[in-house]
Design a protein around this ligand. Structure first.
Ligand SMILES: [Zn+2]
Length: 209
């Protein structure tokens, strides 16, 4: 774990802090710790789960370990009578840049920064994060998902499959992002359960090492 400590996994270049343990399932990416524009995970695969859209798209991909875990999570949900759909997983630096620029044009850069990520600062570039939603909110990525039975199931069970709800309510100061009940991040079962039990952010959990 120590080799993934936040203080040991950075390098500075031109005043920007970049993460160096990019291939670790514990890589910590946020507004203060970026991925380089050239970083692409080596083991992306299409997750074999239901998506909210049809047709092939790179955002159906996750890193192998996260894809396998997501498939188990979706199967577990189904057994409990809960139907989830995946909305958006892997996102390249370039596609994050175009998403952010579109929001910035519409809302101004400062406001866009509260709900969208600058390229390099999105966890979706790690291939370890997936946005999940349900028919009950028309597959929107909206706070109201947290109040649905699907959102509540996800909060209760994600850790059993190695995922955390990455951006929790009231933790905006620590994570840098608003509450996103739909965004799950793979960290492995043991750490996901620890984080859930302690009610900590991933930032706070990793800071102890
Ligand atoms: Zn997300």
């Amino acid at each position: 774990m120590r080799e993934n400590a936040p203080s040991r996994t950075i390098k500075k270049k031109d005043g920007v802090v970049y993460v160096t343990n990019t291939d670790s399932p514990l890589v910590l990416v946020n507004k203060k710790r970026e991925l380089e524009s050239t970083y692409v995970p080596k083991d992306l695969v299409k997750a074999n789960v239901g998506f909210s859209f049809s047709g092939d798209n790179p955002k159906q991909q996750l890193r192998q370990v996260a894809a396998t875990a997501l498939e188990k999570l979706f199967a577990g949900a189904k057994q409990d009578g809960i139907e989830l759909k995946a909305v958006s997983g892997y996102r390249s630096y370039a596609s994050q840049r175009s998403i952010f620029n579109n929001y910035a044009k519409k809302n101004g850069e400062e406001e866009a920064n509260t709900f969208s990520a600058h390229p390099g600062q999105s966890e979706h570039q790690t291939g370890l994060a997936m946005d999940v939603s349900s028919a009950s909110v028309k597959y929107d990525l909206d706070k109201s998902f947290g109040e649905t039975k699907e959102g509540k199931w996800l909060k209760e069970h994600a850790a059993d499959y190695g995922f955390i709800i990455r951006y929790e309510l009231g933790k905006e100061d620590e994570t840098g992002y608003m509450y996103e009940p739909w965004h799950i991040r793979y960290v492995g079962v043991f750490i996901a359960q620890e984080i859930k039990k302690k009610g900590e952010t991933f930032e706070a959990y990793m800071a102890q090492f």
